[in-house]
Ligand binder design. Sequence first.
Ligand code: ACO
Length: 329
Amino acid sequence: MENKCRAKITGIGMYLPEKVITNKHLEASVDTSDEWIRSRTGIEERRVVEEGVTCSDLGARAALMAMEHAMVTSQDIDLIIVATLTPDMVWPSTACLIQEKIGANNAAAYDLSAGCTGFIYALATATQFVETGFYKNVLVIGAEVMSKIVNWEDRNTCILFGDGAGAVVLQPSQDSTGILANYLGSDGRGAHLLKQPAGGSSLPPTYQTIDDKLHTIYMNGNEVFKFAVRVMGEASLKVLEIAGVDKEEVDLLIPHQANMRIVESAIKRLNLSPEKVVVNLNKYGNMSSASIPVALYEAYMNQKICEGQKILLVGFGAGLTWGATLIQW
Ligand code: ACO
């Protein structure tokens, strides 16, 4: 196969809203405690947007930062893929709204829905366009305003999520560095475990759907937890197998940031030392498809990422979906 040009991350950016909601704040509105949330999830606080701030606002800020880092202009961008489950509207796509905000007039743009695995799915999709030579400058964005779809009266879910956005620019690699392998999986039989039931065409908005809080997150936490523990390890090992890389060669793991106990299960399965794992869920909670690119950005800025390293991204989410990407930095 090997005349193929690899796709490479050449720019990274992120944007987080300033407003912080601590576990203590949540104690005032639901029957929970800082101690329960920390011990069961590892989360200490999360960011949420101010009134009127949208998913495309966050995504555009992250995108501009990634473009500056990659030294590409908005006119250079050929394609924008936005992974989100909290789009500004059902349609048009948030990708088109971001396109307008950043002035990327030469780009094609579309959204992709794969729950919290969205960024991995978007990265895998963008990889194909770059590897085949179809596009040269692709923006991959994970952006979420989870605070808008959280039921703030439901202690089972409101403690888990936060808002934010991360973005990367993908370009053809000039050498052997770049994305070595992608692996994606889904199982629609688990679609009912994690969903926002109303607002689509099966349950359009009515007074009843609003009264029943069907426009907010429904989650079977225990089942999602068991699924996540299983697939985080499996997906990691699968992408390593596809790339022909041993687990001992992994320098850095960037897992989806949902629950520290889920992250720990992946660490155990890969037999990694904890300093090889990027964790920021304590500060931001689960930002769905923004979690992995924000963690990637922070790892890069904190000099945890160096040239030549093998970096493993792995996630799971609604759908059910899961996936992993192996990068040679
Ligand atoms: N504070 C205090 N008590 C709580 C809280 C809370 N915030 N939430 C639940 N409890 C209670 C429950 O009501 C239950 O009480 P009971 O025994 O009297 O019925 C008890 O705590 C235990 O509840 P469990 O659900 O068994 O708690 P568990 O240890 O499993 O943790 C959690 C729950 C954190 C939700 C866990 O199951 C989890 O992390 N699941 C995965 C969630 C996830 O990763 N979602 C990703 C979404 S991905 C996407 O695409 C959006």
